[in-house]
Design a protein around this ligand. Structure first.
Ligand code: AMP
Length: 217
């Protein structure tokens, strides 16, 4: 199974991606997480990406594409993957297609999580993340067992620096301009699956399983 998760910031790509990862034992590759890790470690990539990420802009294609392709070459990804946050524009979608073709791998299925704008803002402002392991929570819909503490590694949870209202607004603009055309790209190839991403997390996950034909127990 080779999945691409599409949707606006706050649509639930990370959360549903984690559910899919667990259900199907697939590797989830989240470009935002990889970039944040590189930034925390202050690698060359992290330093190059920092300004773009903090402003809510897209990191240049060549940096992200190289990062993803390197990860896709690893043996643990040979049987499938979930891409979360990539592709973010049509050029990235084309480069992914070319990479898969060149490596004789099947096309992806693109799952598009459609969410109302008001819900997006609520999700983003209530999001809390673990700076150490990247786990994501929400103060209302997915609270950690102990307030402010990561369930997985017990580090203190923080708000992402790019989840401030001003940067969120800019990220949504960038999404509309750069990423929405990716929906048309996959739709024209018959690879786009639309999922109603509103409502309870488990209901959304169930819709995804039904859409993938994997809902039978
Ligand atoms: P995310 O965690 O997916 O919301 O990504 C956080 C930030 O990382 C984005 O606002 C971008 O600055 C950067 N980023 C993540 N994925 C990509 C990508 N595929 N292309 C360019 N920039 C990206």
């Amino acid at each position: 199974m080779q999945l691409v998760l599409l949707g606006a910031p706050g649509a639930g790509k990370g959360t549903q991606g984690e559910f899919l990862e667990e259900q199907f034992n697939l590797v989830r590759i989240a470009t935002g997480d990889l970039l944040r890790l590189a930034m925390a470690k202050e690698t060359e990539l992290g330093q190059q990406a920092k300004g773009y990420v903090s402003r809510g802009e897209l990191v240049p294609d060549e940096l992200v594409t190289e990062l993803v392709q390197e990860r896709l070459m690893a043996p643990d990804v040979a049987t499938g993957f979930i891409l979360d946050g990539f592709p973010r524009n049509v050029a990235q979608a084309r480069s992914l297609d070319k990479f898969l073709q060149d490596n004789k791998r099947p096309s992806v299925t693109a799952l598009y999580l459609e969410v109302d704008e008001a819900a997006l803002l609520k999700r983003l402002t209530g999001r809390r993340v673990c700076p150490k392991c990247g786990a994501s929570f929400h103060i209302v819909s997915r609270p950690p067992q102990k307030e402010g503490v990561c369930d997985a590694c017990e580090s203190g949870l923080v708000q992402r620096p790019d989840d401030t209202e001003e940067v969120i607004r800019h990220r949504l603009e960038v999404y509309a301009r750069e990423t929405e055309p990716v929906l048309g790209y996959y739709e024209s190839k018959g690879l786009l699956v639309r999922i109603d991403g509103n409502g309870e997390l488990k209901d959304i996950f169930q819709r995804i399983l039904v859409a993938l034909g994997e809902d039978k127990q």
